[in-house]
Design a protein around this ligand. Sequence first.
Ligand code: 6PG
Length: 241
Amino acid sequence: MNKSQKKIFQTKADLVKATVEIIAKTIHEADKNNRTCAIALSGGSTPKDVYNALAKKQEINWQAVRLYWGDERMVPPDHADSNYRMTKEALLDHVAIPKENIFRIKGELSPEEAARNYEEILAQSFNSSPPVFDLVLLGLGDDGHTASLFPSTEILNETQRSAAEVFVPKFDAWRVSLTYPVLNHAKQILFLVAGKSKAEVVKQILENPKPQMHLPASVVSPVGGMLIWFLDSSAAAMLVS
Ligand code: 6PG
């Protein structure tokens, strides 16, 4: 059984601050035990604020961090839509993280090649299969998607691969995403959800204890890990408790 926790913050800024604290603590714990800390980052607007704040946080030993991404769009790394580019500008350009500790999804390749390449990267850089992340940051779409696990897509049925290509009909575009087997082996999953457009889906997910396949985020449930939902008051507005 995973342990789960939900925390509601008055403002998005409070949520961002608390997220930076969790990330810093997770890195510190790993560093104390002479390990590197593996973190999967998310795209999206709330994470961007987190990365900006994290870049200013003192006392993080970036040598002790390995960074990955939960999903990527099929664009080159300098494209405006690239999750890697967003992270680079907000965080990577401002901290002393060794280049060899950055493991991006190569959006410039074909979807199949990019997914295979990312699977190989994961297999080589983790000594476990599936890879066990110390922390996975996830967003939530108002349709219930998370990472690039969108409703009614093939990737939701993936049980073997650590990453896969996924065609997303609503954007008429391919993406590459981590799969459930990996997400569900993480030590900590942290959902970052802000804004009133998310209130309805937050209610549907958090007030129903069962996984619902039409809301892919509700199927994320780490075996033995910790599941944390950070909401701002707008995203939590429709919750009864
Ligand atoms: C992406 C994300 C995606 C995102 C959600 C929520 O690259 O699009 O990984 O899953 O986290 O769509 O995005 P917001 O936080 O911007 O609402």
